[in-house]
Design a binder for this molecule. Structure first.
Ligand code: ZN
Length: 133
């Protein structure tokens, strides 16, 4: 099986996800939920045999994770996922004023760059100061 992602960060994420699926036997839990919510009108999504097939094959040992930059990046719908503390005034920050989506790669870069995190007011002040120089 091959899974294709946009970048190395996504590759690492999918790798860790597959490890969790395997080591925590998440497909067993998934199957239980599928059984529990199945009704006559809305039967199980997968049969017991299909869950067994996936459990035996959706494994990190048999899955190649390939990077291809032409594939769409994984994105968060809501940039409020980015949280931190403003380096200038110490206020808690959440998301961006522009409301754009944010990729997983960008999220990791921002969360690792705590020295440049600013609230909107301090960000605007810094832009004005930088322009004045
Ligand atoms: Zn601030």
């Amino acid at each position: 099986m091959k899974i294709v992602v946009n970048n190395e960060q996504e590759k690492e994420l999918v790798y860790r996800f597959l490890r969790a699926v395997n080591e925590l036997d998440l497909l067993e839990d998934f199957e239980k939920v599928d059984e529990e919510y199945a009704t006559e009108k809305s039967p199980q999504f997968l049969s017991s045999a299909e869950y067994t097939l996936l459990r035996d094959n959706l494994h990190i040992l048999y899955t190649e994770i390939e990077v291809d930059e032409t594939i769409k990046q994984m994105e968060f719908d809501d940039n409020n996922i980015v949280q931190g503390t403003c380096v200038d005034c110490g206020v808690h920050t959440e998301g961006f004023a522009d409301g754009r989506t944010i990729s997983y790669k960008e999220y990791l870069e921002i969360m690792n760059d705590t020295e440049n995190n600013r609230c909107e007011d301090c960000y605007q002040r810094k832009i004005q100061l930088d322009d004045a120089i």
